[in-house]
Write a protein that binds this ligand. Sequence first.
Ligand code: ADP
Length: 485
Amino acid sequence: MEIVFVASEMVPFAKTGGLADVIGSLTREIAKDGHRVCVFIPKYKKVTHEPYVLKPVLEEVGVPIGSETETGSVFECAFNELKVFFVGRSEYFDRDGLYGTPMGDYPDNDRRFAFYQRVVLEALKRLKIKPDVIHSHDWQSGLIPVYLKTLYQSDPFFVNSKTVFTVHNLSYQGSFPPDSVPVTGVSWSEFRYERLELYGKMSFLKGGLIYSDLLTTVSERYAQEIQTKEFGCGLEGALAYRKADLYGIVNGIHPADWDPKRDLGLAANFGPRDLLGKRACKEALQNQNHLKHDLEAPLFAFVGRLVPQKGLDLITRVIEDMVASGWQFVLLGTGEEEYHRALRIFGERHPNQIGLNITFDSHMARQIYAGADLLLMPSQFEPCGLGQMISLRYGTIPVVRETGGLADTVQEFNPKTGKGNGFVFSPYAPKDLLNAMRRAAVVYRDQKSWTKLMQNAMACDFSWRVSARRYLDLYERAQRKPLKV
Ligand code: ADP
Protein backbone atom coordinates (compact mmCIF):
# COMPACT_ATOMS: atom_id res chain seq x y z
CA MET A 1 0.00 0.00 0.00
CA GLU A 2 0.95 3.62 -0.50
CA ILE A 3 0.30 5.17 2.91
CA VAL A 4 0.53 8.88 3.59
CA PHE A 5 0.63 10.23 7.13
CA VAL A 6 -0.37 13.85 7.60
CA ALA A 7 0.48 15.17 11.05
CA SER A 8 1.64 18.26 12.87
CA GLU A 9 4.67 16.86 14.70
CA MET A 10 7.09 13.97 14.49
CA VAL A 11 10.13 12.80 16.42
CA PRO A 12 12.98 13.63 15.80
CA PHE A 13 11.98 16.78 13.88
CA ALA A 14 9.41 18.63 16.00
CA LYS A 15 7.73 17.66 19.25
CA THR A 16 5.40 19.03 21.90
CA GLY A 17 3.96 15.74 23.15
CA GLY A 18 3.11 12.11 22.52
CA LEU A 19 1.76 12.68 18.99
CA ALA A 20 5.33 13.29 17.82
CA ASP A 21 6.52 10.00 19.35
CA VAL A 22 3.66 8.09 17.74
CA ILE A 23 4.25 9.51 14.26
CA GLY A 24 8.00 8.91 14.55
CA SER A 25 7.62 5.28 15.56
CA LEU A 26 4.36 3.89 14.11
CA THR A 27 5.34 4.99 10.60
CA ARG A 28 8.65 3.10 10.79
CA GLU A 29 6.90 -0.04 12.01
CA ILE A 30 4.42 0.10 9.13
CA ALA A 31 7.16 0.75 6.58
CA LYS A 32 9.02 -2.31 7.91
CA ASP A 33 6.13 -4.40 6.64
CA GLY A 34 7.02 -3.49 3.07
CA HIS A 35 4.52 -0.66 2.54
CA ARG A 36 5.50 2.65 1.02
CA VAL A 37 5.08 5.21 3.77
CA CYS A 38 5.59 8.94 3.71
CA VAL A 39 4.89 11.59 6.31
CA PHE A 40 4.04 15.26 6.01
CA ILE A 41 4.62 17.83 8.75
CA PRO A 42 4.98 21.63 8.62
CA LYS A 43 8.47 23.07 8.36
CA TYR A 44 8.55 24.93 11.67
CA LYS A 45 11.41 27.15 12.73
CA LYS A 46 12.11 24.56 15.42
CA VAL A 47 12.48 21.65 12.99
CA THR A 48 15.68 19.94 13.99
CA HIS A 49 17.08 17.77 11.27
CA GLU A 50 20.75 17.11 11.95
CA PRO A 51 22.09 14.66 10.79
CA TYR A 52 19.26 14.39 8.25
CA VAL A 53 19.29 16.62 5.20
CA LEU A 54 16.24 18.52 3.96
CA LYS A 55 16.22 18.85 0.21
CA PRO A 56 13.83 21.23 -1.62
CA VAL A 57 11.52 19.29 -3.95
CA LEU A 58 8.66 21.65 -4.81
CA GLU A 59 8.50 25.40 -5.03
CA GLU A 60 5.58 27.75 -5.45
CA VAL A 61 2.83 25.31 -4.61
CA GLY A 62 -0.15 27.65 -4.81
CA VAL A 63 -3.39 27.04 -2.90
CA PRO A 64 -6.44 29.22 -2.32
CA ILE A 65 -6.77 30.61 1.20
CA GLY A 66 -9.85 32.81 1.42
CA SER A 67 -9.84 34.96 -1.70
CA GLU A 68 -6.03 34.86 -2.09
CA THR A 69 -3.67 32.32 -3.58
CA GLU A 70 -0.83 31.58 -1.19
CA THR A 71 2.25 29.61 -2.04
CA GLY A 72 4.38 27.18 -0.10
CA SER A 73 7.42 25.05 -0.69
CA VAL A 74 8.03 21.40 0.07
CA PHE A 75 11.22 19.78 1.33
CA GLU A 76 12.05 16.11 1.48
CA CYS A 77 14.18 14.10 3.84
CA ALA A 78 15.00 10.40 3.91
CA PHE A 79 14.47 9.07 7.41
CA ASN A 80 15.01 5.35 8.02
CA GLU A 81 12.61 3.50 5.69
CA LEU A 82 10.44 6.58 5.11
CA LYS A 83 10.27 9.81 3.23
CA VAL A 84 9.36 12.81 5.31
CA PHE A 85 8.02 15.93 3.57
CA PHE A 86 8.00 19.36 5.16
CA VAL A 87 5.60 22.08 4.09
CA GLY A 88 7.19 25.51 4.38
CA ARG A 89 5.89 29.04 4.34
CA SER A 90 7.91 31.30 6.58
CA GLU A 91 5.02 33.66 7.34
CA TYR A 92 3.14 30.76 8.93
CA PHE A 93 5.73 28.39 10.32
CA ASP A 94 8.83 30.42 11.10
CA ARG A 95 7.70 31.01 14.68
CA ASP A 96 8.98 29.93 18.08
CA GLY A 97 6.00 27.73 18.96
CA LEU A 98 4.26 25.05 16.95
CA TYR A 99 0.72 26.12 17.84
CA GLY A 100 1.10 29.21 20.02
CA THR A 101 2.94 30.94 22.83
CA PRO A 102 2.57 30.38 26.62
CA MET A 103 -0.10 33.12 26.42
CA GLY A 104 -2.30 31.11 24.07
CA ASP A 105 -2.83 29.79 20.55
CA TYR A 106 -1.78 31.74 17.49
CA PRO A 107 -4.84 33.64 16.24
CA ASP A 108 -4.30 32.50 12.64
CA ASN A 109 -4.12 28.77 13.33
CA ASP A 110 -7.09 28.26 11.01
CA ARG A 111 -5.17 29.81 8.10
CA ARG A 112 -1.91 28.08 9.03
CA PHE A 113 -3.33 24.59 9.14
CA ALA A 114 -5.85 25.00 6.29
CA PHE A 115 -2.92 26.18 4.18
CA TYR A 116 -0.78 23.27 5.33
CA GLN A 117 -3.40 20.67 4.46
CA ARG A 118 -4.21 22.14 1.08
CA VAL A 119 -0.53 22.18 0.18
CA VAL A 120 -0.22 18.53 1.24
CA LEU A 121 -2.94 17.49 -1.20
CA GLU A 122 -1.49 19.55 -4.05
CA ALA A 123 2.01 18.29 -3.27
CA LEU A 124 0.84 14.67 -3.48
CA LYS A 125 -0.43 15.35 -6.98
CA ARG A 126 2.73 17.13 -8.08
CA LEU A 127 4.91 14.39 -6.58
CA LYS A 128 2.66 11.72 -8.13
CA ILE A 129 2.16 9.96 -4.82
CA LYS A 130 -1.25 8.33 -5.18
CA PRO A 131 -2.25 7.30 -1.68
CA ASP A 132 -4.23 4.18 -0.98
CA VAL A 133 -4.72 5.54 2.51
CA ILE A 134 -4.21 8.98 3.99
CA HIS A 135 -3.90 8.71 7.75
CA SER A 136 -4.37 12.06 9.44
CA HIS A 137 -4.09 13.00 13.10
CA ASP A 138 -5.86 15.43 15.41
CA TRP A 139 -7.42 18.75 14.45
CA GLN A 140 -4.35 20.03 12.62
CA SER A 141 -5.03 17.54 9.83
CA GLY A 142 -8.77 17.02 10.40
CA LEU A 143 -9.67 18.82 7.18
CA ILE A 144 -7.88 16.29 4.96
CA PRO A 145 -10.89 13.92 4.98
CA VAL A 146 -13.19 16.93 4.52
CA TYR A 147 -11.34 18.13 1.44
CA LEU A 148 -11.24 14.66 -0.07
CA LYS A 149 -15.00 14.24 0.34
CA THR A 150 -15.83 17.74 -0.94
CA LEU A 151 -13.40 19.81 -3.03
CA TYR A 152 -11.47 16.78 -4.32
CA GLN A 153 -14.43 14.43 -4.54
CA SER A 154 -14.33 14.14 -8.30
CA ASP A 155 -10.58 14.42 -8.69
CA PRO A 156 -9.49 11.21 -10.45
CA PHE A 157 -6.10 11.38 -8.75
CA PHE A 158 -7.64 10.63 -5.33
CA VAL A 159 -10.43 8.36 -6.51
CA ASN A 160 -9.01 5.36 -4.65
CA SER A 161 -7.67 7.22 -1.63
CA LYS A 162 -9.32 6.32 1.66
CA THR A 163 -8.95 8.25 4.89
CA VAL A 164 -8.26 7.12 8.43
CA PHE A 165 -8.38 9.72 11.16
CA THR A 166 -6.86 9.26 14.62
CA VAL A 167 -7.90 11.27 17.65
CA HIS A 168 -4.96 11.64 20.02
CA ASN A 169 -6.78 14.05 22.31
CA LEU A 170 -10.43 14.99 21.91
CA SER A 171 -10.11 18.10 24.03
CA TYR A 172 -8.09 19.98 21.39
CA GLN A 173 -10.74 20.67 18.80
CA GLY A 174 -9.32 23.27 16.43
CA SER A 175 -12.50 25.36 16.75
CA PHE A 176 -12.61 28.68 14.93
CA PRO A 177 -15.23 31.38 14.31
CA PRO A 178 -17.48 30.91 11.25
CA ASP A 179 -15.26 33.35 9.31
CA SER A 180 -12.87 30.44 8.96
CA VAL A 181 -15.23 28.60 6.63
CA PRO A 182 -14.35 30.73 3.55
CA VAL A 183 -10.68 30.78 4.63
CA THR A 184 -10.53 27.00 4.37
CA GLY A 185 -12.40 26.96 1.07
CA VAL A 186 -15.02 24.55 2.39
CA SER A 187 -18.56 25.33 1.21
CA TRP A 188 -20.97 26.99 3.65
CA SER A 189 -23.31 24.05 3.09
CA GLU A 190 -20.90 21.91 5.19
CA PHE A 191 -21.17 24.30 8.11
CA ARG A 192 -24.01 22.67 9.97
CA TYR A 193 -24.55 20.61 13.07
CA GLU A 194 -24.30 17.23 11.30
CA ARG A 195 -21.00 18.23 9.70
CA LEU A 196 -18.43 20.83 10.73
CA GLU A 197 -20.30 23.07 13.12
CA LEU A 198 -19.64 22.71 16.84
CA TYR A 199 -21.31 25.17 19.21
CA GLY A 200 -21.42 27.86 16.54
CA LYS A 201 -17.81 27.35 15.48
CA MET A 202 -16.05 25.45 12.75
CA SER A 203 -14.20 22.51 14.26
CA PHE A 204 -11.36 20.97 12.26
CA LEU A 205 -11.44 18.00 14.64
CA LYS A 206 -15.10 17.36 13.97
CA GLY A 207 -14.23 17.40 10.28
CA GLY A 208 -11.91 14.46 10.83
CA LEU A 209 -14.53 12.65 12.90
CA ILE A 210 -17.37 13.03 10.42
CA TYR A 211 -15.72 12.79 7.01
CA SER A 212 -13.04 10.12 7.47
CA ASP A 213 -13.70 6.61 6.21
CA LEU A 214 -12.51 5.07 9.47
CA LEU A 215 -11.79 6.54 12.82
CA THR A 216 -9.46 5.50 15.59
CA THR A 217 -8.33 6.65 18.96
CA VAL A 218 -5.32 5.64 20.98
CA SER A 219 -6.65 3.12 23.49
CA GLU A 220 -9.68 0.89 23.80
CA ARG A 221 -10.74 2.46 27.08
CA TYR A 222 -10.60 5.98 25.64
CA ALA A 223 -12.63 4.83 22.62
CA GLN A 224 -15.38 3.86 25.06
CA GLU A 225 -14.98 6.91 27.28
CA ILE A 226 -15.29 9.50 24.51
CA GLN A 227 -18.73 8.22 23.64
CA THR A 228 -19.94 9.43 27.05
CA LYS A 229 -20.92 12.94 28.06
CA GLU A 230 -18.21 13.01 30.73
CA PHE A 231 -15.31 12.53 28.28
CA GLY A 232 -16.94 13.45 24.95
CA CYS A 233 -16.08 17.18 25.05
CA GLY A 234 -19.36 17.93 23.25
CA LEU A 235 -18.51 15.49 20.45
CA GLU A 236 -20.11 12.40 22.00
CA GLY A 237 -23.04 12.76 19.57
CA ALA A 238 -20.74 12.80 16.53
CA LEU A 239 -18.85 9.82 17.94
CA ALA A 240 -22.02 7.88 18.60
CA TYR A 241 -22.97 8.53 14.98
CA ARG A 242 -19.63 7.06 13.84
CA LYS A 243 -19.58 4.28 16.44
CA ALA A 244 -19.48 1.44 13.89
CA ASP A 245 -16.33 2.93 12.34
CA LEU A 246 -14.53 3.83 15.57
CA TYR A 247 -11.65 1.66 16.81
CA GLY A 248 -9.42 1.90 19.86
CA ILE A 249 -5.81 0.94 19.14
CA VAL A 250 -3.32 1.38 21.93
CA ASN A 251 -0.13 3.31 21.12
CA GLY A 252 3.26 1.70 21.36
CA ILE A 253 6.85 2.80 21.78
CA HIS A 254 9.87 1.88 19.73
CA PRO A 255 11.91 -0.48 21.96
CA ALA A 256 15.22 0.70 20.52
CA ASP A 257 14.37 4.36 21.21
CA TRP A 258 13.78 3.61 24.89
CA ASP A 259 16.25 0.97 25.97
CA PRO A 260 17.92 1.19 29.41
CA LYS A 261 20.56 -1.32 28.28
CA ARG A 262 21.77 0.90 25.44
CA ASP A 263 20.59 4.41 26.23
CA LEU A 264 23.64 6.66 25.85
CA GLY A 265 22.07 9.50 27.82
CA LEU A 266 22.23 7.75 31.20
CA ALA A 267 24.75 7.74 34.05
CA ALA A 268 24.78 3.94 33.75
CA ASN A 269 22.98 1.29 31.75
CA PHE A 270 20.93 -1.49 33.27
CA GLY A 271 18.52 -4.30 32.51
CA PRO A 272 16.01 -6.48 34.38
CA ARG A 273 18.70 -8.93 35.55
CA ASP A 274 21.26 -6.27 36.32
CA LEU A 275 19.61 -3.40 38.17
CA LEU A 276 22.76 -1.91 39.69
CA GLY A 277 22.95 0.78 37.00
CA LYS A 278 19.52 2.02 38.01
CA ARG A 279 20.87 3.00 41.42
CA ALA A 280 23.60 5.00 39.71
CA CYS A 281 20.94 6.74 37.62
CA LYS A 282 19.01 7.60 40.78
CA GLU A 283 22.11 9.00 42.40
CA ALA A 284 22.85 11.11 39.33
CA LEU A 285 19.27 12.39 39.29
CA GLN A 286 19.47 13.34 42.96
CA ASN A 287 22.73 15.18 42.31
CA GLN A 288 21.40 17.07 39.30
CA ASN A 289 18.38 18.20 41.26
CA HIS A 290 20.34 19.05 44.42
CA LEU A 291 18.31 16.56 46.42
CA LYS A 292 19.53 14.87 49.57
CA HIS A 293 21.70 11.92 48.65
CA ASP A 294 19.44 9.17 49.96
CA LEU A 295 18.93 5.94 48.07
CA GLU A 296 16.35 4.70 50.59
CA ALA A 297 13.87 7.54 50.02
CA PRO A 298 11.35 6.68 47.28
CA LEU A 299 11.84 9.15 44.44
CA PHE A 300 8.60 10.09 42.66
CA ALA A 301 8.67 11.92 39.34
CA PHE A 302 6.40 13.71 36.90
CA VAL A 303 7.18 14.37 33.23
CA GLY A 304 4.60 16.10 31.09
CA ARG A 305 2.67 19.13 30.02
CA LEU A 306 1.62 21.25 33.00
CA VAL A 307 -2.07 21.46 32.18
CA PRO A 308 -5.17 20.47 34.19
CA GLN A 309 -5.59 17.24 32.16
CA LYS A 310 -2.42 15.82 33.66
CA GLY A 311 -3.70 16.00 37.24
CA LEU A 312 -1.53 18.90 38.40
CA ASP A 313 -4.22 19.90 40.88
CA LEU A 314 -3.82 16.57 42.62
CA ILE A 315 -0.04 16.73 42.54
CA THR A 316 0.14 20.19 44.08
CA ARG A 317 -2.20 18.98 46.84
CA VAL A 318 -0.07 15.99 47.82
CA ILE A 319 3.35 17.65 47.70
CA GLU A 320 3.41 18.59 51.38
CA ASP A 321 2.44 15.02 52.33
CA MET A 322 5.24 13.67 50.14
CA VAL A 323 7.72 15.91 51.89
CA ALA A 324 6.39 15.02 55.34
CA SER A 325 6.76 11.32 54.51
CA GLY A 326 10.44 11.82 53.69
CA TRP A 327 9.92 11.08 49.97
CA GLN A 328 11.51 12.96 47.11
CA PHE A 329 9.95 14.47 43.99
CA VAL A 330 11.39 15.54 40.63
CA LEU A 331 9.25 17.31 38.06
CA LEU A 332 9.94 18.12 34.41
CA GLY A 333 7.38 20.06 32.41
CA THR A 334 6.11 23.29 30.96
CA GLY A 335 2.63 24.62 30.57
CA GLU A 336 0.32 26.97 32.36
CA GLU A 337 1.90 29.85 34.21
CA GLU A 338 -0.30 29.31 37.25
CA TYR A 339 1.23 25.85 37.81
CA HIS A 340 4.76 27.16 37.27
CA ARG A 341 4.16 29.67 40.08
CA ALA A 342 2.58 27.20 42.51
CA LEU A 343 5.30 24.61 41.95
CA ARG A 344 8.12 27.12 42.39
CA ILE A 345 6.82 27.96 45.86
CA PHE A 346 7.05 24.28 46.91
CA GLY A 347 10.47 23.97 45.30
CA GLU A 348 11.85 26.93 47.22
CA ARG A 349 10.35 25.68 50.47
CA HIS A 350 11.83 22.16 50.19
CA PRO A 351 14.96 22.31 48.02
CA ASN A 352 16.38 19.04 49.41
CA GLN A 353 13.32 17.02 48.56
CA ILE A 354 11.85 18.66 45.46
CA GLY A 355 13.64 19.14 42.15
CA LEU A 356 11.86 21.39 39.65
CA ASN A 357 12.68 21.58 35.96
CA ILE A 358 10.21 23.93 34.31
CA THR A 359 11.38 23.37 30.78
CA PHE A 360 11.12 21.02 27.80
CA ASP A 361 14.19 18.81 27.69
CA SER A 362 14.13 15.38 26.05
CA HIS A 363 17.54 14.45 27.42
CA MET A 364 16.49 15.20 30.98
CA ALA A 365 13.25 13.25 30.45
CA ARG A 366 15.35 10.12 29.83
CA GLN A 367 17.37 10.67 32.97
CA ILE A 368 14.17 10.96 34.97
CA TYR A 369 12.54 7.88 33.43
CA ALA A 370 15.70 5.95 34.32
CA GLY A 371 16.61 7.46 37.69
CA ALA A 372 13.24 7.82 39.43
CA ASP A 373 11.60 4.99 41.38
CA LEU A 374 8.03 5.97 40.53
CA LEU A 375 6.27 8.07 37.91
CA LEU A 376 3.07 9.94 38.76
CA MET A 377 0.33 10.10 36.12
CA PRO A 378 -2.81 11.14 38.00
CA SER A 379 -4.55 12.36 34.83
CA GLN A 380 -8.15 13.58 34.72
CA PHE A 381 -8.29 11.79 31.40
CA GLU A 382 -5.53 10.22 29.33
CA PRO A 383 -6.19 9.08 25.75
CA CYS A 384 -3.21 6.71 25.89
CA GLY A 385 -0.23 8.18 27.69
CA LEU A 386 3.31 7.27 26.73
CA GLY A 387 5.02 8.22 29.97
CA GLN A 388 3.87 5.09 31.76
CA MET A 389 5.08 2.86 28.90
CA ILE A 390 8.46 4.52 28.78
CA SER A 391 8.89 4.46 32.55
CA LEU A 392 7.97 0.75 32.68
CA ARG A 393 10.79 0.03 30.20
CA TYR A 394 13.17 1.67 32.67
CA GLY A 395 11.82 -0.17 35.71
CA THR A 396 10.24 3.03 37.03
CA ILE A 397 6.86 2.18 38.47
CA PRO A 398 3.83 4.17 37.33
CA VAL A 399 1.22 5.44 39.79
CA VAL A 400 -1.75 6.16 37.58
CA ARG A 401 -5.38 7.11 37.64
CA GLU A 402 -7.64 4.46 36.16
CA THR A 403 -8.60 6.22 32.94
CA GLY A 404 -8.06 5.85 29.18
CA GLY A 405 -4.81 4.22 28.13
CA LEU A 406 -3.51 4.27 31.71
CA ALA A 407 -6.27 1.83 32.66
CA ASP A 408 -5.41 -0.36 29.67
CA THR A 409 -1.68 -0.58 30.38
CA VAL A 410 -1.17 -0.48 34.16
CA GLN A 411 -2.43 -3.08 36.67
CA GLU A 412 -2.15 -2.79 40.44
CA PHE A 413 0.75 -4.79 41.88
CA ASN A 414 -0.22 -7.47 44.36
CA PRO A 415 2.76 -8.35 46.60
CA LYS A 416 1.13 -11.69 47.52
CA THR A 417 0.76 -13.00 43.98
CA GLY A 418 3.65 -10.98 42.53
CA LYS A 419 1.40 -9.89 39.66
CA GLY A 420 0.91 -6.33 38.36
CA ASN A 421 3.13 -3.52 37.11
CA GLY A 422 2.11 -0.39 39.00
CA PHE A 423 -0.32 1.34 41.35
CA VAL A 424 -3.78 2.42 40.28
CA PHE A 425 -6.39 4.69 41.85
CA SER A 426 -9.74 5.79 40.63
CA PRO A 427 -11.65 8.74 42.12
CA TYR A 428 -9.99 12.00 41.08
CA ALA A 429 -9.11 13.12 44.59
CA PRO A 430 -5.83 13.93 46.40
CA LYS A 431 -6.46 11.32 49.09
CA ASP A 432 -6.86 8.56 46.52
CA LEU A 433 -3.61 9.55 44.82
CA LEU A 434 -1.88 9.72 48.18
CA ASN A 435 -3.18 6.29 49.19
CA ALA A 436 -1.80 4.80 45.99
CA MET A 437 1.56 6.46 46.70
CA ARG A 438 1.51 5.06 50.23
CA ARG A 439 0.83 1.55 48.93
CA ALA A 440 3.77 2.03 46.60
CA ALA A 441 6.01 3.23 49.46
CA VAL A 442 5.16 0.12 51.50
CA VAL A 443 6.15 -2.20 48.65
CA TYR A 444 9.26 -0.07 48.04
CA ARG A 445 10.52 -0.89 51.53
CA ASP A 446 10.38 -4.61 50.78
CA GLN A 447 13.32 -5.09 48.46
CA LYS A 448 12.29 -8.52 47.22
CA SER A 449 8.79 -7.40 46.21
CA TRP A 450 10.14 -4.21 44.67
CA THR A 451 12.65 -6.11 42.55
CA LYS A 452 9.89 -8.41 41.37
CA LEU A 453 7.74 -5.37 40.53
CA MET A 454 10.57 -3.73 38.57
CA GLN A 455 11.12 -6.95 36.65
CA ASN A 456 7.40 -7.23 35.85
CA ALA A 457 7.52 -3.64 34.61
CA MET A 458 10.53 -4.21 32.40
CA ALA A 459 9.01 -7.36 30.94
CA CYS A 460 5.98 -5.47 29.56
CA ASP A 461 5.90 -5.40 25.77
CA PHE A 462 4.61 -2.10 24.43
CA SER A 463 6.33 -2.37 21.08
CA TRP A 464 4.28 -1.41 18.02
CA ARG A 465 4.15 -4.93 16.62
CA VAL A 466 0.54 -5.73 17.55
CA SER A 467 -0.88 -2.22 17.17
CA ALA A 468 0.79 -1.60 13.80
CA ARG A 469 -0.80 -4.84 12.56
CA ARG A 470 -4.18 -3.53 13.69
CA TYR A 471 -3.66 -0.28 11.77
CA LEU A 472 -2.75 -2.26 8.66
CA ASP A 473 -5.93 -4.31 9.01
CA LEU A 474 -7.87 -1.08 9.26
CA TYR A 475 -6.21 0.37 6.18
CA GLU A 476 -7.32 -2.74 4.30
CA ARG A 477 -10.81 -2.40 5.71
CA ALA A 478 -10.88 1.27 4.67
CA GLN A 479 -10.00 0.26 1.13
CA ARG A 480 -13.00 -2.04 1.02
CA LYS A 481 -15.36 0.79 2.03
CA PRO A 482 -17.70 2.06 -0.67
CA LEU A 483 -16.57 5.22 -2.41
CA LYS A 484 -18.87 7.67 -0.63
CA VAL A 485 -20.13 8.08 2.93
P1 ADP B 1 0.73 14.12 25.75
O1 ADP B 1 0.80 13.69 24.32
O2 ADP B 1 -0.67 14.32 26.25
O3 ADP B 1 1.58 15.31 26.04
P2 ADP B 1 1.97 11.54 26.36
O4 ADP B 1 2.21 10.85 27.66
O5 ADP B 1 1.23 10.79 25.31
O6 ADP B 1 1.29 12.95 26.69
O7 ADP B 1 3.38 11.93 25.71
C1 ADP B 1 4.22 12.89 26.24
C2 ADP B 1 5.57 12.78 25.57
O8 ADP B 1 6.22 14.04 25.66
C3 ADP B 1 6.50 11.78 26.26
O9 ADP B 1 7.45 11.29 25.32
C4 ADP B 1 7.20 12.65 27.30
O10 ADP B 1 8.42 12.13 27.69
C5 ADP B 1 7.37 13.95 26.51
N1 ADP B 1 7.43 15.17 27.32
C6 ADP B 1 6.40 15.82 27.90
N2 ADP B 1 6.83 16.93 28.55
C7 ADP B 1 8.17 16.97 28.38
C8 ADP B 1 9.21 17.87 28.81
N3 ADP B 1 8.92 18.94 29.54
N4 ADP B 1 10.47 17.61 28.43
C9 ADP B 1 10.75 16.52 27.68
N5 ADP B 1 9.84 15.62 27.25
C10 ADP B 1 8.56 15.85 27.59
